[in-house]
Design a protein around this ligand. Structure first.
Ligand code: ADP
Ligand code: MG
Length: 742
């Protein structure tokens, strides 16, 4: 009778050891320990190409100690221990310990594993204070060749707990494990279809591999242990959402939407039409839509959203659009009102809401209300009232405000604009706004790789706008190395002057806001050279306040330069954005408040200062602010980071393609998994050990394909008790709660 995975560790390793494993590594159960996988493996014996050690790298060597000598240290008290080790090829390497206490065990003839940074001292290769593990040939292990070729697992650990000790504990547990573990969470048919080994075998192979292929087989199987539960949870969620009731909002002929379509100054792209039809079908369903709309910057997502909102208003419901920033909410409000033209009911009766307005499916006008955190109390009250009474057919606002305060008369559709991180919890909170759950359309700020769509947004159906509207102008992107080519940097400001001279506008983006007090502009020279630091001098990131002042007095003197950043009063922000949109300003110096969504087609050039401080997707978003009109766009990425630095490569990547999907992959490769999954996915994140959301697209996709029919046939996993239990453990308390809620 073997041990079970969910049993406490002390059953297998004894109380004392169990306690150490718990305090050091938070391991509680047999399963926890078995899922504490090796970080890497070293091959005992041959692994050690001592001759190939390179100074400056981290290395693990396995070698035999040939000499041990102690001598007093010159500068400090105590002794220094110098050990000579040799590998099979008889190459000597010097290992020095400044802390002989740690190395008391070292004796000539002993085989050991040394891991640390490779150094060079007087021309000789040296390891200083490496981690040390004694390797002993188990007595019964007489086959020298297989012993030398054995792969030794190296475990992640903390001080006070050696990898060797972990290996011993794992060994004890493996010895007590049943050959055919009853509690394998992966259903047998799934294993059979996907060619996955049973769990016990996977554990044995990953902890005690005979060769590399065994490790690969084990890792594949164990990745499924992470991917399948995740996809089952998402499939359950999709099923639960599908089962919710919703008010169907069927398309009403000759309503606001038809009027709008008839007045459109352009034709919809094929993608917009197709996604529009998908949404129309979803909205007509008696279950709520949960759709993710992906499209590159400028692909016309807002248009798709507005048409969906009008369809819902036509059908007698209300629609709400949430923007991530106040600037964007204000802009949406402005542009939607503008696009609606005579169909928009604003703002004449804004302060005298018609109490009988109610919801009139036949109405020819729609009131568009704006709700932001900074509104004065009176405006806000009016808008809240309009939302609650149903007088406002469309409500636009920032996430926070709408989530916290707003009640609706009959909320039919929630559009979440330009938001990557709008997690499951927030979507749930919104769903609770209506008596029956509203339809939900999520629009991402940048295209996201499929793996992310299948994980972070795995509970949503996906639509993609793959083409840009016709007549979109090309954008040229250049990296301007301010240090290396001062003349190019001067040219940046000339280019802005040229564009402004031709009747266009420019953005200058800086990473920081800066002091409240504008910088002393009097010392500004004509060429803006003071915006470049002395070579080798570290300076703080450039700030909007200072750069705006310097440009206005220096290289852009005479142009109408405005400023926009997050610390300005919201009314001021709005006023500046309006002025810029109305071409009352030539140049807008801003932080990334303009990153997403801002739409001023007359702007043709964007200069990003300290561009190396921005992420790839961010730069792509920023670049999307130009090239929105009939005129070619220009994006200049100014940097002082040296040629060859990773930051420069990132900038070169952005300059090399306009394809947001391509760039999002590059971005992902740079960012860490945790970032990808986002704060709301903490339950998943902590459960991912082997599975990479970035690299394991094939496993994630296959797991999704297995999970979907499995959950459809057996939503509560009655037939899969071990899988169900695994999921219950995996899904932390918080998460379990909102899963139960749907
Ligand atoms: P994004 O997907 O980045 O949110 P927007 O919805 O802001 O893109 O659209 C960008 C610009 O393209 C807007 O000015 C919008 O009016 C315009 N636009 C949208 N659809 C079309 C189309 N089919 N043809 C021409 N222009 C369009
Ligand atoms: Mg947009």
């Amino acid at each position: 009778m073997g041990i079970r995975l969910d049993e406490p560790l002390h059953k297998a390793v004894g109380d004392r050891t169990a306690k150490v494993l718990h305090t050091k590594l938070h391991l509680e159960t047999i399963g926890d320990l078995l899922r504490h996988y090796p970080r890497k493996y070293v091959k005992r014996g041959q692994l050690t190409e001592l001759s190939e050690l390179e100074p400056g790298t981290e290395a693990t060597i396995v070698a035999q100690i040939t000499k041990v000598s102690r001598r007093p240290m010159a500068a400090r008290r105590g002794q220094m221990l110098t050990v000579e080790v040799r590998d099979a090829a008889d190459v000597p390497v010097e290992v020095t310990f400044f802390n002989p206490r740690a190395a008391n065990a070292l004796k000539p003839g002993m085989l050991g594993m040394f891991a640390g940074k490779v150094g060079e001292y007087h021309g000789r290769i040296q390891l200083t204070n490496p981690e040390f593990e004694k390797l002993d040939a188990e007595s019964e292990d007489t086959d020298v060749d297989s012993w030398a070729g054995e792969l030794l697992p190296i475990y992640p650990t903390t001080s006070g707990l050696s990898p060797r000790m972990i290996a011993r504990c794992v060994g004890m547990v493996l010895d007590q494990l049943d050959a055919d573990l009853a509690d394998d969470p992966l259903p047998r048919p799934v294993r059979a279809r996907q060619g996955l080994v049973p769990l016990t075998e996977a554990f044995r192979r990953i902890h005690r591999p005979d060769d590399w292929p065994q490790i690969a087989v084990a890792r594949k199987r164990l990745k499924w242990d992470e991917a399948l539960p995740m996809q089952v949870v998402l499939a359950q969620r999709r099923e639960a959402l599908k089962a919710l009731p919703a008010v169907p909002r069927r398309r009403v002929p000759a309503g606001l939407l038809d009027t709008f379509d008839a007045a459109l100054p352009f034709t919809l792209t094929a993608g917009q039409r197709q996604v529009g039809e998908e949404i129309e079908q979803d909205l007509a369903s008696e279950h709520p839509m949960h759709r993710l709309l992906q499209g590159d910057v400028g692909s016309g997502k807002t248009m798709v959203a507005l048409r969906a909102m009008l369809a819902v208003v036509d059908a007698g419901g209300q629609a709400v659009m949430l923007a991530p920033t106040e600037v964007l909410a204000q802009q949406h409000h402005r542009s939607i009102v503008q696009m609606l033209g005579a169909s928009a009911d604003v703002p004449a009766d804004l302060f005298s809401p018609d109490p009988d307005a109610g919801l009139d499916p036949a109405r020819k006008q729609v009131k568009v209300a704006l709700l932001t955190g900074s509104q004065n109390a009176k405006d806000r009250r009016t808008n809240l009232l309009d939302a609650a009474s149903g007088a406002a057919g469309i409500v636009i606002g920032t996430h926070a405000v709408i989530q916290d305060h707003v009640q609706f008369a009959d909320l039919g559709l929630v559009v979440i604009d330009e938001q990557h991180r709008f997690g499951v919890e927030q979507r749930d909170a919104l769903r609770a706004k209506g008596e029956t759950p509203p339809h939900v359309l999520v629009m991402t700020a940048t295209p996201i790789p499929r793996t992310v769509a299948m994980t972070v947004f795995g509970d949503l159906e996906t639509s993609i706008l793959s083409e840009l509207p016709a007549g979109r102008s090309p954008i040229a992107t250049h990296v301007v190395a301010a240090h290396e080519h001062p003349s190019h940097f001067t040219r940046v400001w000339e280019r802005i002057r040229e564009e402004v001279g031709a009747g266009h506008q420019a953005y200058v983006v800086c990473p920081r806001i800066g002091d409240d007090v504008p910088g002393n502009a009097s010392d500004a020279s004509d060429d803006g050279s003071e915006l470049v630091s002395e070579p080798g001098q570290l300076r703080p990131p450039l700030a909007v306040v200072e750069v705006a002042a310097k440009l206005a007095e220096g290289p852009l003197k005479g142009l109408r330069v405005g400023m926009l950043h997050g610390r300005m009063a919201p009314d001021d922000k709005d006023a500046v954005m309006r002025a810029y949109a109305a071409h009352e300003l030539d140049v807008l110096v801003a932080t990334t408040v303009i990153e997403v969504g801002v739409n001023v087609p007359n702007a043709t050039v964007i200069v990003v200062m300290d561009a190396d401080r921005f992420g790839v997707s961010q730069l792509h978003q920023l670049r999307g602010r130009v090239g929105r009109g009939k005129w070619a766009g220009l994006c200049l990425l100014v940097t002082e980071s040296p040629d060859g630095a990773p930051a420069r490569e990132r900038l070169a990547a952005v300059a090399s393609t306009l394809d947001g999907f391509e760039l999002s992959k590059i971005d992902l490769a740079i960012r860490k998994e945790g970032d990808v999954l986002g704060a709301t996915q903490s339950g998943y994140r902590s459960s991912l050990r082997l599975l990479s959301v970035i690299d394991d697209e094939d496993v994630i996709r296959a797991a999704r394909e297995e999970a979907t029919p499995l959950v459809e046939a057996d939503p509560t996993l009655q037939g899969y008790p071990v899988l169900a239990r695994t999921i219950a453990v995996l899904v932390d308390g918080e998460r379990a709660e909102y899963l139960g809620k749907t």
